[in-house]
Write a new protein. Structure first.
Length: 183
């Protein structure tokens, strides 16, 4: 996993719970915490940190990853504003992952192993999103989408219809979008 994800987790934990909490998570996970954004680190280190955060914060691992994704979006907006400003709302932002965001990620981090997403429009106006990754971080993807919705002044509802954590071969989510913005 790329170091930028660890850097974001560190920033999110410190800004919400303080440096002592980050240090406690590192100690619990038996990690030194020296992550460079361009470095690559074993996925197990993220799993250990999420497990430590789960125990420390009294949340499930899913809840920790979802919270992390939500809280990381403002930081990603600061670093990569073009990803957000080129889209008018959450739906086109989500749809830009495969054709804009992940190709740009691969330019910055050539050995990045990004998840595969499949999209199709649902008959009810929502969006069906398939997620496939050996990392099984669908909760993080959900948090990123919810954080993006907050950025755009919207609300999303994600319904997990299939999930790798329940033995399915991929995750399949139905996403409903609604605007909170005054027109």
């Amino acid at each position: 996993m790329k170091g930028i994800i660890f850097n974001l987790l560190e920033e999110v934990v410190i800004s919400n719970h303080g440096e002592d909490t980050w240090d406690q998570l590192l100690a619990t996970a038996a990690l030194d915490g020296a992550y460079t954004s361009l470095g690559s680190y074993p996925d197990e280190q993220m799993q250990e940190l999420v497990g430590a955060a789960s125990r420390k914060l009294g949340l499930t691992a899913f809840e920790v990853l979802r919270w992390f994704g939500q809280q990381a979006i403002p930081l990603l907006f600061e670093r990569y504003p073009a990803f957000f400003s080129s889209q008018s709302s959450t739906r086109p932002f989500v749809l830009s992952v495969n054709r804009i965001i992940h190709p740009e990620v691969r330019k910055i981090y050539p050995d990045a192993n990004v998840p595969a997403f499949e999209f199709r429009h649902a008959p009810d106006g929502g969006l069906m999103m398939g997620y496939l990754s050996p990392r099984r971080l669908c909760a993080l993807a959900q948090g990123f989408i919810e954080g993006a919705a907050t950025h755009y002044g919207e609300t999303v509802i994600l319904e997990h219809r299939e999930c790798m954590h329940k033995g399915d071969k991929r995750c399949l989510c139905h996403i409903s979008f609604s605007s909170d913005r005054s027109n």
